[in-house]
Ligand binder design. Structure first.
Ligand code: BES
Ligand code: MN
Ligand code: ZN
Length: 499
């Protein structure tokens, strides 16, 4: 799909635009946007609204053809709610999703969007939401289908109409939006790819490709090098599988050489069977998504690489499989992490924290400005927050509150929201072990919080936030598939940091 920015010259109105389908906004109580008003010279839009065929509520739509004195072949009316002066974010995103879906079933090859601005958001924001919505509709993972899904995707060209004085900014925003969806698409593709293809080696090769394409530095450590670093906690998870583990370091040094980097740490379990603490059968296929943290970190790197973001960002990805076997780690085994802290592994299914803790210790060497770890860490976060919000955890002090607020705001801006939950001393007590410095589980109560408390013990040398994306990184059921989250949140956060 080919996106572009268009402007109208000062004398023209939307009725002069030649296009397969012109998309304009209308409102409840039969109110019209400026673009719709220009199409209404003969009263056709008024008549359509009066007929009751469309309410104007957010998400409602109506297709009209062959309007007199209108150059466009078709007009798609999109409902944007009740207040023309205050189009809400929610109404706008709902409307562009409807537009993307209905246009892909039509014969129009090129479409033009002439939509009003959104309350409190700039044109760059509306462009980003539009590009994401149109991309979502045509995305498929069908590499392993002998007969490809037929996507109606007739829409080849999408033009977004903006005011002339906004054209330059809109073009930059469009390029950034395309970079963002390319990153999201990589994340979705990696997530949907099954564990017999998406192995730690495949993730490492993907990192190498990103490095070549966007001129980044890359280092892939193999088992021997991981052993030399004394990452015994990470290696304990990999003990039961024949699939070789990898430790990926990908560096985008777009800022000044001396600027402290942001480090993104992604959980890369390419399949989580639970290990000896084997998971139940139903739905276990979805544990191919347990590399969603790694996938979203790689997607974010791809996005900022294409944007040539002026910021230093380093991705650190521990990746392996969690499988049972005669060589697998047993419940009760004790390991010494890279940090020197010992861990009693009471449940081999609490493996994410075991690979992340060594990666978090490794991150110290970069003297980071901030470290953000991203992980499909706990089923419990789905109980707490459902599939709407990513869980956000950090220490409760001024510096960490500030970083948390920065990320929460980026999530809101990107329509990829997170919600903060507490950590602290009382929860930490649940991790007490009789035989080691800590246990790797804290009992059934507050499972996501005790997991975050475990990670926190390995992050005391820098400012850190943990994102639990187990509820947001993929969908189950009929719509099973990776969502591309939290690439929008992370990318927006990094863009805002780059200024
Ligand atoms: N990858 C899972 C978390 C998960 C489970 C995500 C279900 C999405 C759906 C993680 O490694 C895990 O197994 N966590 C355990 C922790 C428990 C053993 C303390 C869990 O959530 O059950
Ligand atoms: Mn697990
Ligand atoms: Zn897991």
């Amino acid at each position: 799909m080919d996106f572009s920015i268009k402007t109208l010259d000062a004398k023209s109105a939307s009725n002069t635009i030649k296009t397969g389908c012109l998309v304009v906004g209308v409102f409840e109580n039969k109110k019209l946007s400026t673009a719709a008003t220009a199409l209404n010279k003969k009263g056709a839009i008024d008549a359509a609204l009066k007929s009751g065929d469309m309410t104007g509520k957010a998400g409602s739509s109506l297709l009209l053809r062959g309007l007199a004195d209108v150059a466009a072949e078709r007009v798609l009316l999109l409902g944007l709610g009740d207040d023309p002066a205050k189009v809400s974010e929610k109404a706008f995103t709902a409307a562009v999703q409807v537009a993307a879906r209905s246009l892909n079933g039509l014969g129009a090859g090129d479409v033009t969007l002439a939509l009003p601005s959104v309350d409190g958001r700039d044109t760059a924001w509306t462009i980003r939401q539009t590009v994401i919505a149109f991309n979502e509709v045509v995305f498929r993972t069908d590499a392993h289908k002998s007969k490809k899904d037929t996507i109606p995707a007739n829409v080849k060209k999408v033009s977004i109409l903006v005011a002339a004085n906004e054209a330059a900014a809109a073009k930059t925003a469009l390029a950034q939006s395309i970079a963002l969806v390319n990153g999201m698409e990589l994340t979705k593709e990696l997530g949907n790819t099954p564990a017999n293809f998406c192995t730690p080696t495949h993730l490492a090769n993907t990192a190498k490709k990103i490095a070549t394409q966007f001129k980044m530095g890359v280092e892939i450590l193999d088992r021997k090098q991981i052993q030399a670093l004394k990452m015994n906690s990470f290696l304990s998870v990999s003990a039961g599988t024949d699939e070789p583990p990898k430790f990926i370091v990908l560096k985008h040094m777009g800022g000044k050489a001396k600027d402290a980097p942001v480090v993104l740490v992604g959980k890369g379990i390419t399949f989580d069977s639970g290990g000896i603490s084997l998971k139940a059968g139903p739905g276990m296929d979805e544990m191919k998504y347990d590399m969603g943290g790694a996938g979203s970190v790689l997607g974010t790197m791809r996005a900022i690489g294409e944007m040539k973001l002026k910021l230093n960002v380093i991705a650190v990805i521990p990746t392996c499989e969690n499988m049972p076997s005669g060589r697998a780690t047993r419940p009760g085994d004790i390991v010494t992490s890279m940090s020197g802290q010992t861990i009693e592994i009471l449940n081999t299914d609490a493996e994410g924290r075991l690979i992340l803790c060594d990666a978090l210790t490794y991150a110290e060497r970069f003297k980071p400005a901030a470290v953000i770890d991203v992980a499909t860490l706990t089923g419990a976060i789905i109980t707490s927050l459902g599939h709407h919000n990513t869980g956000l955890f950090t220490r409760h002090d001024a510096a960490h509150d500030k970083l948390a607020d920065e990320l929460l705001a980026a999530g809101k801006e990107a329509n990829d929201t997170a919600w903060r939950l507490p950590i602290g001393e009382l929860y930490n007590e649940q991790l007490k072990s009789n035989f080691a410095d800590m246990a790797n589980i804290g009992g059934p109560a507050a499972g996501s919080i005790t997991a975050a408390c475990f990670l926190e013990r390995f992050t005391r040398k820098y400012t850190w936030v943990h994102l639990d994306i187990a509820g947001t990184s993929w969908k189950s059921g009929a719509a099973k598939g990776a969502t591309g989250r939290p690439v929008p949140l992370l990318t927006t956060f990094l863009m805002n940091r780059a200024g």
